[in-house]
Write a protein that binds this ligand. Structure first.
Ligand SMILES: [Zn+2]
Length: 387
């Protein structure tokens, strides 16, 4: 009998979550006791969602698969694009190999799968520019007919990309697909607990509640294979992509660089193009990039960085590569303890930029409303649910 594989990624679940008494999460408890439990792993570096998920489906480090951070090196925009698209992954993936072998594949919000050859794919993507919206980006990144169908059935569960509704939608779609399509490979990414930890803290009651919800979602997914009659032939891999720590202090390295004239501040705390030295945050550690024509020596940059209170280590390019990170950075800076190295120079957004964004949003809303008005009621409710 041919085996099937279901991978469930519970974002931000670490070994600490599975170490204690799991009586409140009976599904995970059963898996821990009856399955193969790997108590601890060495994460990739930097241990971020997109690099980690790509390593999970490629088996190689970020320096090899190319997803070295969540977001791209776009210093001049306040919200850089994420590595959403499959084309950014530079090596074959598990789902590519499965597809080539004629196996049926499905993915639900699995990072970096937009515009991939996955048979049934709902890609993780959001509108990052004011001239687009969730409907358009989701449709062009995912399997459009499949997304349309899932949204028609379960779109009512969603409230945009807000949690816990998004994970409820994802779970409902995965359950339906496991029952009706019975894929050979299914990749599921659940983000509820990561979102709650970001918003409320690692050990907050909101995060704890999210952990309970994840257990219930895992149960629904497993039960779907029982209903489909595929449970006995299915291997389940339930994993986390990284852990989190509570942050007590932020260091803005780009602020230090701007003070020395190594870069210039743009709008909304960004760094204008044409910088000589730029710190690109990995939500903890930070890559330091240096323009190839810059006259500033790496020794000078290192001296400035290590003079700042709260820095634990400054890794050279060779040391970063040895740990699996990007090979085109000048340094990687690791902060101490509960300190985060962040990117933007200032937290405030300019009033003018705010007004421009608001005006553009209104225009897009009006355009979308006009466009949807031309469609049938069925299509309209389906599209609205996507936004
Ligand atoms: Zn994550």
């Amino acid at each position: 009998m041919q085996k099937k594989l279901v991978v469930i990624s519970i974002d931000a679940m670490g070994s600490a979550d599975l170490a204690g008494d799991l009586s409140a999460t009976p599904t995970l408890k059963e898996f821990k006791e009856k399955g193969t439990h790997v108590k601890e792993i060495e994460p990739i570096y930097p241990s971020l969602t997109y690099p980690s998920h790509t390593s999970i489906v490629t088996g190689v480090y970020p320096k090899t698969h190319g997803i070295v951070n969540n977001t791209k090196l776009q210093s001049h925009v306040a919200s850089p694009d994420w590595f959403w698209y499959r084309k950014d992954v530079q090596v074959p993936t598990l789902y590519d190999v499965a597809h080539e072998q004629g196996l049926k594949t499905a993915a639900f919000l699995w990072p970096v799968t937009a515009k991939s050859k996955i048979d049934f794919n709902i890609a993780e993507i959001f509108p990052n520019r004011i001239w687009t919206n969730q409907v358009l980006v989701s449709l062009q990144a995912s399997s459009p007919l499949f997304l349309f169908e899932m949204n028609r059935k379960f779109g009512k569960l969603r409230q945009g990309i807000q949690q816990p509704y998004l994970d409820d939608f994802v779970t409902a779609c995965a359950v339906d697909t496991l029952k009706r399509k019975q894929p050979d490979l299914t990749l599921i990414h659940l983000v509820d607990m990561d979102s709650q930890r970001h918003a409320h803290g690692v050990n907050s009651s909101e995060a704890n509640q999210a952990f309970l919800r994840q257990d219930q979602r895992v149960k629904k997914i497993i039960d779907a294979t029982k209903a489909a009659g595929t449970y006995e032939q299915t291997v389940f891999a339930i994993l986390g992509d990284h852990y989190q720590i509570d942050v007590s202090k932020m260091i803005r390295l780009n602020h230090e660089f701007a003070n020395r004239g190594w870069q210039e501040m743009g709008a909304a705390g960004t760094t204008k193009r044409g910088w000589e030295v730029f710190a690109k945050s990995c939500d903890g550690s930070t890559y330091i990039y240096c323009d190839k024509d810059s006259s500033i020596s790496p020794e000078e940059i290192r001296a400035v960085i290590i003079s700042i209170e709260g820095i634990e280590a400054v890794y050279s390019t060779a040391e970063v590569v040895a740990q699996g990170g990007a090979n085109n950075c000048t340094f990687m800076v690791r902060p101490r303890g509960a300190i985060i190295l962040t990117m933007n120079l200032m937290a405030r957004r300019s009033k003018r930029l705010k007004m421009t964004r608001l005006a553009c949003r209104i225009v897009i809303r009006l355009f979308t409303a006009f466009h949807l008005g031309k469609r049938t009621t069925k299509q309209r409710s389906c599209l609205k649910g996507l936004a």
